[in-house]
Design a protein around this ligand. Structure first.
Ligand code: URA
Length: 219
């Protein structure tokens, strides 16, 4: 797997990462969603440099201009619900992408921090020969990303696969790396060292779904 940690180089991306982490600023739900969206836009821009381009001729009012344009058929896939703002950010740039959605949640066995990922809903176009961009804002254990990818298999074999995350834990990256081939790219805004006993990234930012959309009842 080719890992692209975009914050290795200082840029405006650092501002957005700092704001989603900041315990005070992240309380502003609209700002949190928008910052995740902005991170999606930046990661989408970086990812676009690895796509295929074909030359195109554009007619202007004064003449003709040649330019290389993206030739890939992109499918954006996100995991509900935390993935929605990151998905929006990617979709802001990949205007004509097709879209896939998966609902997945952590199912805890009684009185235990252990969990399995349950997929309940999946809507996906044909993936054959497409460029699949699979987005998950928090790459914690990596299980959601791998479970989602496995669930997409009946929809066809993509030509290429890009994973996109805002924040990842080293452990999650290693898990994902074992499951995806060498040709798969991971575009990530920040990498943290640890996971706590509940599978949350430390220092991370907390629960991305709750911060975006409000707390949910556990059942
Ligand atoms: N999901 C989150 O929202 N946060 C984490 O730290 C891990 C998974």
């Amino acid at each position: 797997m080719k890992i692209h940690n975009i914050s290795e180089q200082n840029s405006i991306l650092n501002t957005f990462i700092s704001e989603i982490r900041d315990v005070d600023i992240q309380k502003d739900r609209m700002r949190f969603r928008r910052n995740i969206e902005r991170i999606g836009e930046i990661l989408g821009y970086e990812l676009s440099k690895a796509l295929s381009f074909g030359s195109s001729q554009i007619k202007t009012p004064l003449g003709s201009s040649s330019i290389d344009l993206i030739a890939n058929d992109v499918v954006l896939c996100s995991i509900l619900r935390a993935g929605i703002p990151l998905h929006n950010g990617l979709l802001n740039y990949f205007d004509s992408a097709e879209n896939a959605f998966i609902s997945a949640y952590r199912h805890h066995s009684e009185n235990s921090d252990d969990f399995e990922i349950i997929v309940e809903y999946l809507a996906c176009p044909d993936l054959k020969n497409k460029t699949l961009i699979l987005a998950d804002p928090m790459l914690a254990t990596g299980q959601s990303m791998v479970t989602a990818f496995e669930a997409l298999k009946p929809y066809g074999t993509p030509k290429e696969v890009h994973l996109v995350s805002a924040i990842g834990a080293q452990e999650g990256l290693e898990y994902v790396e074992k499951h995806f081939g060498k040709d798969v790219h991971l575009w990530i805004a920040a990498i943290d060292e640890n996971l706590n006993e509940k599978g949350y990234i430390v220092p991370g930012l907390g629960d991305a779904g709750d911060l975006s959309f409000g707390e949910k009842l556990q059942h």
